[in-house]
Write a protein of this length. Structure first.
Length: 350
């Protein structure tokens, strides 16, 4: 999502675009999951399956960044790295944080200053912006992680990845089912995603290891199915959407499995994909520079459509999640395509 150079690795470009669309599907379907009064309806099930199918998106974004930025052969000093990344991430983060904190006032429901400070300290000026705060802090550790990647054996790195993911996954279980709470701040958001960050580079550097596309597809379908069916069972049993949605968590076993399998699937398909001159490859190349902008603006588009009476619940169809997702993605891409051509504003979306 945050733009990194994937030249020479077109499958990462394709993965970034599909992950961007998946994020839109996730946030549209989440509205149905959270607010639908009938959890037995076809509409709820469509939203549940759609949501389950795209839970790999955020981990994929983190793995893409790790695949591109952790390469120890990149000859640049920490200061040079920080300067380059700061230009790309700090301006969008600051601008859209201010935008979403001011937006409630424009809609007649201003936030109190205590609420503003709280949202900034936990990295959530808006529900989706936590990712920008998380990845910013993760970038601070990147030059040091490169030293580790260069020095440690691959076996050592895979062991660390397994430990990090297991520890983070156990923390999620304790918080969700055990009633244990951890302090969430902008400085700790990155910790659960360290495993994914390192995993992205390891999966990239082991391209000589081949995986069957069919076996990866089966693994993805199985992970999505268990997530969807398991979520329905948990929600029905616990009567608590917070605990009931455990399998949607980025560090749940099913999401870890589908995230890694999706990453590998794009890698394997990318070996033999159509030339970059094909229609779909060209479309992917055109959309890729817009992905950060699509991410930051799409909640505003969802809100705008809702205010106009075209949000979730207004379509009168069980297909409203895929249809509305496509509309939101298209409108967001069009908006960003305009903003990216406006001086000064272009820095806020790309």
């Amino acid at each position: 999502m945050t733009q990194t150079n994937s030249k020479g690795l077109p499958w990462l470009t394709d993965l970034r675009v599909w992950a961007s669309f998946g994020i839109v599907v996730l946030h549209v379907s989440a509205i149905v999951i959270a607010f639908s009064p009938n959890r037995e309806s076809l509409n709820w099930w469509v939203a549940n399956v759609a949501d389950s199918s795209v839970r790999w998106c955020v981990p994929a974004f983190v793995m893409i960044s790790g695949a591109l930025l952790l390469d120890p052969s990149r000859a640049e000093s920490p200061w040079h790295f920080y300067r380059r990344r700061a230009v790309r991430i700090l301006i969008p983060t600051a601008f859209w944080s201010a935008f979403y904190l001011i937006l409630p006032a424009l809609l007649g429901d201003p936030l109190g200053w205590r609420d503003v400070i709280h949202r900034l300290l936990i990295g959530m000026p808006q529900y989706h912006l936590w990712y920008l705060y998380m990845i910013t802090v993760l970038y601070l550790f990147t030059p040091f992680l490169r030293v580790y990647v260069a020095a440690a054996s691959r076996r050592n790195q895979w062991a660390l990845i397994a430990i990090l993911m297991t520890a983070a996954g156990c923390q999620v279980i304790l918080e969700t089912f055990g009633g244990y709470s951890s302090s969430r701040t902008v400085f700790t958001l990155f910790i659960p995603f360290l495993g994914y960050y390192l995993c992205g580079f390891q999966l990239r550097r082991t391209e000589s290891v081949r995986f069957s596309v069919v076996s990866l597809a089966v693994a993805i379908i199985a992970a999505v199915s268990v997530t969807a069916i398991g979520t329905k069972a948990l929600v029905a049993r616990l009567g608590n959407l917070s605990a009931g949605l455990y399998l949607y968590e980025p560090l749940s076993p099913t999401v870890i499995a589908m995230s890694i399998a999706i990453f590998l699937l794009f890698r394997e398909v990318g070996r033999d994909r159509a030339p970059r001159g094909s229609f779909w490859a060209g479309l992917s190349d055109q959309l890729s520079p817009l992905t950060l902008g699509i991410y930051v603006v799409h909640p505003f588009v969802i809100l705008l459509l809702t205010k106009l009476g075209w949000g979730v619940g207004a379509w009168g169809s069980a297909l409203e999640v895929p249809l509305l997702s496509a509309v939101v993605f298209g409108l967001s891409a069009a908006m960003v395509a305009v903003l990216i051509r406006v001086p000064i504003l272009d820095r806020t979306v790309g």
